[in-house]
Design a protein around this ligand. Structure first.
Ligand SMILES: C[S@@+](CC[C@H](N)C(=O)[O-])C[C@H]1O[C@@H](n2cnc3c(N)ncnc32)[C@H](O)[C@@H]1O
Length: 512
């Protein structure tokens, strides 16, 4: 027996405390996620000014919080890690692209990542502090949704956690991310998503990161089997192309293509006025966009305005109304099309600040137009004076989930009840505003049946209040060349089928 007292090992010198590396790309992404969570901010509004500031700060040669990566100007974590090509502080296009990907990807895939994170922590997610969840979401996205190598994704996220959460919580982040890193996305989905056969909607909700009620609503509107809805849900998770509209009479597609550069522009798929921008194009830098001769506009929105403008009409065609015009995308295209016909456009918008945006979009319109702040449910104009009327009503926006990555998590089914009376009221008043024989376009940026067909049916049948009688016009021939428009007479566009937002359009002719 060894009765000698155990020899104490000489104490290891304490590790010198290392200051965490500040990575401006990930710090910026974290700040955007916090703004989205804490103050219900929109990522697409918060991100661009932060990117601009980061670039300006870097250009001014200030610290920029640059991460040190040995002065190589590159690191394994994607982007330049905020280090300029000369090894000094910087924030270049690659950094901006990585920050954008981290923000949008993390928000879009939040449902999937939350399910995976929940499997890796030993308490309900609601008991995890929101900033910690944001860091874990960023880490999960790097691990499961990007090509950043696992070790780099973990270490960069743990460094971020040290900066924004402190060393204690960074250890927790480290432990959770190591568990996540043990499998790839498919492996995790096998574990955390219920089998499709047991619960198809829940399965799709977890796999494609949509709330279950949204999966259900989209599926009801789309119809069909598993393949279609899966394609749609995945299309919602893709970054949409930026599309420009060359407003007729003000600029042309050729001019716009020339301005963006032959390599950066592609003609539209469906709209004769569209130019699609290659990744990284900056539409705001184009003179035509600054001067409102062109604008950023999804092709679905262009198709809606064009279809209304081209709907067959007997009699005069001189007075057009956009009854829900803000911020003015469709009004600007309608104004240009009206000008070509010698017609005048009245653009009405309830919110004065949005009416000012409409004014800006229409500035320089070649034909007569007027912009007013007015409530389309109590219109100040006389009944039956317009030949064509568009009401692009406020809605849940479930058709534009590609653009607003956080919207799907913020919307609630109850929101539909809030919009329902307004949507019906606006359509009823639109029908009163148009002359007998004139055409009303009822549009939404949502495919939810409660916001599309149910509204049109109710108003046509006089449910909820009397409305002038009207009949539906087949909108499909007014979108020539566009496939898969359904059985009509209304039209529903889809991201996975048309590459557009899921815009809905019903055309109604007033008959009495
Ligand atoms: C979906 S947006 C219209 C988008 C617009 N057509 C475009 O392409 O840029 C709906 C607009 O209707 C406005 N709005 C809401 N209630 C209204 C009302 N009672 N009368 C008129 N406009 C209203 C909202 O402020 C919002 O700007």
């Amino acid at each position: 027996m060894n009765d000698q007292a155990p020899r104490r090992r000489p104490a290891r010198p304490a590790k010198p405390h290392r200051r965490p590396k500040k990575d401006p790309v990930r710090i910026l992404a974290f700040e955007v996620l916090r703004a989205v969570d804490e103050r219900d901010a929109y990522a697409n509004l918060v991100l661009p000014p932060l990117l601009r500031k980061a670039r300006e700060k870097a250009a001014a040669g200030k610290d920029g919080g640059a991460s040190q990566d040995g002065g190589t100007g590159k690191n394994a974590t994607g982007g330049n890690g905020g280090t300029g090509k000369d090894g000094g502080p910087g924030f270049d296009a690659r950094d901006a692209a990585l920050a954008t990907e981290l923000v949008y990807g993390t928000l879009r895939r939040q449902g999937t990542y939350d399910a995976i994170i929940a499997a890796c922590v030993d308490r309900p997610l609601r008991e995890v502090d929101p900033p910690v969840l944001d860091v874990l979401g960023l880490g999960a996205h790097q691990l499961l949704g990007t090509r950043i190598p696992s070790h780099a994704a973990v270490s960069a996220t743990v460094e971020l956690a040290r900066v924004v959460l402190g060393d204690g919580r960074a250890k927790f982040v480290n432990a959770v991310l190591r568990k996540i890193a043990a499998d790839d996305l498919d492996g995790w989905l096998e574990k955390v998503a219920p089998p499709y056969d047991a619960d198809p909607e829940d399965h799709l909700a977890v796999v494609h990161s949509h709330p279950r009620w949204v999966v259900s609503a989209l599926w009801d509107a789309l119809g069909g089997g598993r393949a279609g809805i899966e394609d749609l849900l995945e299309a919602d998770n893709e970054r949409p192309e930026v599309t420009l509209v060359a407003r007729p009479g003000r600029t042309t597609v050729d001019e716009l293509m020339h301005a963006v550069g032959e390599d950066s522009g592609l003609p539209g798929r469906w709209s004769p006025y569209a130019v699609r921008l290659a990744e990284g194009g900056e539409p705001g830098a184009l003179d035509a966009v600054r001067e409102s001769r062109a604008g950023v506009q999804d092709e679905g929105s262009q198709l809606v305005a064009i279809a209304l403008a081209n709907a067959p009409l007997d009699g005069p065609d001189q007075r057009w109304l956009d009854g829900c015009a803000g911020p003015g995308g469709k009004a600007a295209l309608l104004g240009a099309l009206a000008a070509e016909r010698g017609a005048a456009l009245l653009a009405a918008e309830k919110q004065p600040h949005r009416a000012r945006l409409v004014d800006r979009a229409l500035a320089g319109n070649p034909g007569p137009y007027q912009v007013i702040a007015a409530d389309g449910t109590r219109p100040p104009w006389r009944e039956g004076v317009f030949d064509r009327v568009l009401v692009d009503v406020p809605c849940t926006g479930l058709g534009a989930l590609r653009r607003r990555p956080e919207a799907r998590w913020r919307r609630r089914p109850e929101d539909l009840d809030g919009f329902a009376p307004l949507q019906r009221g606006l359509l009823r008043e639109a029908l009163r505003s148009v002359r007998v024989g004139g055409v009303v376009g009822y549009a939404t940026c949502s495919p939810h049946l409660a916001e599309t067909r149910a509204v049109v049916d109710d108003v046509l049948k006089g449910r909820g209040g009397p409305a002038p009688t009207a009949e539906l016009i087949d909108a499909r021939p007014l979108m020539p060349g566009v496939p898969a428009l359904g059985d009509g007479p209304d039209v529903q566009l889809w991201p996975h089928l048309h590459g557009t937002d899921a815009m809905y359009l019903a055309l109604l002719r007033r008959t009495a």
